[in-house]
Write a protein that binds this ligand. Structure first.
Ligand SMILES: Nc1ncnc2c1ncn2[C@@H]1O[C@H](COP(=O)(O)OP(=O)(O)OP(=O)(O)O)[C@@H](O)[C@H]1O
Ligand SMILES: [Mg+2]
Length: 257
């Protein structure tokens, strides 16, 4: 198995603003019908941090990310973003608060071109700096420039992932939510994408909440991490601490890179 030679974690956590977290999830439960999916989740993301959530299939990772965005709604507990209680806000209002999401499965618009997909990302806030932001995205993901007129649905998996992240970034978010960006991608593409996340964090202080099954790379990239089992957080710590823990290695790393 190849090991990606990622640089050490970004420095953001040390310099992150102390005090109120940018995102705070406390005691959150969520259900699908009568079936409980989140069982009292507590989690924080500070400004300038990359925080990762790892866990097995069906643990509830995507559900937590979607609950932060308002669907399914938290039944108990509170979600605070930038000092504001967003627990009961409708999804479209939450997205207006400068939270952008690259969901599981990417969800790009398949019939629209790369350019049109990026336009869709920008129009959510009426971005006046569209050309400038577009240029930044193309610098980060040159492949997207080459494919500017190609329809989203015909892009490769890695290109679709790049587009999904770039589309989310076009809204100039304060918090970027990423659900499994590495899923199904070749190591080289995973590296490109994780490098881009690190660069955004280091150079622009972008705050990132990253859901990943690829625990090794996620914990190497992130300042802090949480482990979710069956809808509950069972462990948390710095990326390095979690990487070193035997339980984490046994459950999520050994042979699983
Ligand atoms: N729309 C839905 N309706 C009913 N149950 C659902 C729905 N979405 C998810 N679930 C269930 O909720 C649980 C948590 O699912 P979730 O997708 O959050 O897991 P996950 O940690 O993201 O898993 P994976 O790593 O496979 O993406 C699972 O048991 C799943 O079957
Ligand atoms: Mg998921």
């Amino acid at each position: 198995m190849s090991t990606l030679d990622l640089a050490p974690p970004a420095k953001g956590a040390d310099t992150a603003r102390k005090g109120t977290p940018l995102l705070s999830v406390s005691g959150v439960t969520a259900y699908y019908g009568n079936i409980i999916a989140l069982r009292g989740v507590d989690l924080e993301v500070n400004e300038g941090e990359i925080v990762t959530l790892i866990g097995a299939n069906g643990a509830g990772k995507s559900t937590l990310m979607m609950t932060i965005c308002g669907t399914p709604r938290a039944r108990d507990g509170r979600i605070i973003f930038s000092g504001r209680d967003i627990t009961s806000l409708p999804t479209h209002e939450i997205m207006r608060l400068n939270i952008a999401q690259s969901p599981e499965g990417r969800r790009i618009f398949p019939r629209m071109t790369v350019y049109e997909n990026l336009q869709m990302g920008a129009t959510t806030i009426g971005n006046a700096h569209f050309q400038q932001d577009l240029e930044r995205m193309f610098e980060m993901f040159p492949r997207l420039r080459e494919r500017i007129d190609q329809r989203g649905g015909t892009l490769s998996g890695g290109e679709q992932q790049m587009l999904s992240i770039a589309r989310a970034l076009m809204s100039r978010p304060r918090l970027l939510l990423l659900d499994e960006p590495s899923l199904g991608l070749a190591p080289l593409v995973v590296r490109q994408i994780f490098d881009a996340i690190r660069t955004l964090n280091q150079s622009e202080g972008l705050t990132v909440f990253l859901v990943e099954q690829n625990a090794f790379h996620a914990l190497k990239l992130a300042h802090r991490g949480y482990v979710m089992v069956n809808g509950q957080i069972t462990m948390s710590g710095s990326g390095a601490e979690l990487l070193a823990r035997p339980e984490v290695r046994a459950a999520y790393l050994e042979g699983g890179r």
